[in-house]
Design a protein around this ligand. Structure first.
Ligand SMILES: [Zn+2]
Length: 108
């Protein structure tokens, strides 16, 4: 018994299963073309989601950074520390998303 990715929800299922145990997608009734299309769509949606998150992360980073420099606050202010935290989170999140995109491209 081998495990394959469900074309509908992407979870691991048995290749012998007629329907996905997670989302009830009828695998037996789908032809290879449908499966390929569905896979491509899933990949596209996943990529879109990660790219959206990258954008948001970038905004956090730039926003936090900008506030630190042009917000009229000193490094003693809680706002400064908050902005610093936000930009660090944004930066790390951005890197994580870039790595996820690379892995997504590798796996496809
Ligand atoms: Zn499924």
């Amino acid at each position: 018994m081998a495990l394959i990715d469900c074309p509908a929800c992407g979870k691991k299922i048995s290749d012998k299963a007629a329907t996905c145990q997670h989302c009830n997608f009828a695998i037996g009734q789908a032809n290879p073309d449908d499966l390929a299309r569905k896979n491509a769509l899933n990949l596209y949606l996943k990529k879109q989601k990660i790219q959206n998150q990258s954008m948001l992360a970038m905004l956090l980073f730039v926003g936090g950074f900008g506030f630190m420099y042009w917000g009229g606050v000193t490094s003693e202010d809680i706002q400064f520390k908050l902005a610093f935290g936000v930009s660090v989170v944004g930066f790390v999140w951005y890197i994580v998303n870039r790595v996820r995109l690379v892995f997504l491209k590798k796996s496809s």
